[in-house]
Design a binder for this molecule. Structure first.
Ligand SMILES: Nc1ncnc2c1ncn2[C@@H]1O[C@H](COP(=O)(O)OP(=O)(O)O)[C@@H](O)[C@H]1O
Ligand SMILES: [Mg+2]
Length: 262
């Protein structure tokens, strides 16, 4: 293998025979998928089908939510993240996550952006100028800098929901993630906020692999390049978004994209 292919794996996320149980309830069944870099992949399917659970396998955050057993493989950047020697802290640096409701910390905008970096580095590792640069660069990347540059010391919770969600994306960036997971990132926003966050996500995809859960079919169609359709913990179909919507291979996919499931 040449170095170039080693540095740019064909797939950002690859799962093989992934199963997950909450107690004795099996929420994921034999999931084998390949997620590509440079595009937005949407996880779609009816409520309760396992979208959030699958997304949370990619940074092993499910393990925080009770009695979880996982079998199978999830390979991220050429490493099975379920191997025993995996550092969860390193994993969660390279695989960032954005939630349904923006969840900035009740501290300043500036300190929100630096929060992840501070918890992953030693005190004094970055000087003031470097910290300022990290904050500016992250806020520019999420198109928030011009709006907040004069009030960086204000509490982040004063921002609008749209601004808060941008901030929640910004605070991942100083950690230099490779993958950003988003669980219904627009569900708290109004139509204009949704449009601007979708535009932002589209810009980010060049640098970060993006996997987004959405139950909104119009959004999946507008904002993703590939869709993974799930039902009751299984993958039914995975393909280019237009194929999923216009010529689905599976009759269950067809029923769903035509709006006949809940
Ligand atoms: N912490 C948990 N403990 C037990 N069951 C759970 C837990 N989280 C989710 N589930 C169950 O797993 C299934 C998949 O849930 P989830 O991944 O949240 O679905 P989706 O995001 O597609 O709505 C559902 O039946 C849900 O009730
Ligand atoms: Mg969910």
């Amino acid at each position: 293998m040449t170095q170039a292919t080693a540095a740019t794996p064909t797939y950002s996320i690859r799962t093989r025979g992934l199963n997950l149980w909450y107690g004795d309830f099996q929420a994921l069944k034999d999931v084998s998928i390949n997620v590509k870099p440079g595009i937005i992949t949407a996880l779609i399917g009816p409520s309760g089908c396992g979208k959030t659970t699958l997304l949370r396998c990619f940074n092993r955050i499910n393990e925080r939510y009770g009695n979880v057993t996982t079998t199978g493989e999830v390979t991220i950047l050429d490493k099975n993240i379920y191997d025993e020697d995996v550092s969860l802290s390193t994993l969660r640096k390279s695989v960032g996550m954005v939630f349904q409701r923006p969840n900035p910390l009740p501290i300043s905008i500036y300190e929100n952006v630096l929060f992840g970096v501070r918890s992953h580095t030693h005190r004094g590792e970055f000087n003031r100028r470097q910290r300022d640069e990290m904050v500016e660069s992250a806020l520019r990347d999420v198109q928030l800098w011009d709006e907040v540059k004069d009030r960086l010391r204000r509490r982040a919770t004063y921002l609008t929901l749209e601004q808060q969600q941008k901030l929640c994306i910004a605070r991942l960036l100083p950690l230099k993630p490779r993958i950003i997971l988003m669980d219904e990132p627009c569900s708290a926003l109004d139509a204009e906020g949704i449009e601007r966050i979708e535009d932002l996500i589209d810009e980010l995809r060049e640098k970060y692999t993006i996997v987004m859960v959405t139950h909104n079919m119009a959004q999946a169609r507008r904002a993703s390049h590939e869709c993974i359709f799930m039902l009751m913990g299984r993958i039914v179909e995975h393909g280019p978004t237009l194929d999923i919507f216009l010529k689905p291979k599976d009759p269950e996919t067809e029923l769903y994209v035509r709006g006949r499931y809940g």
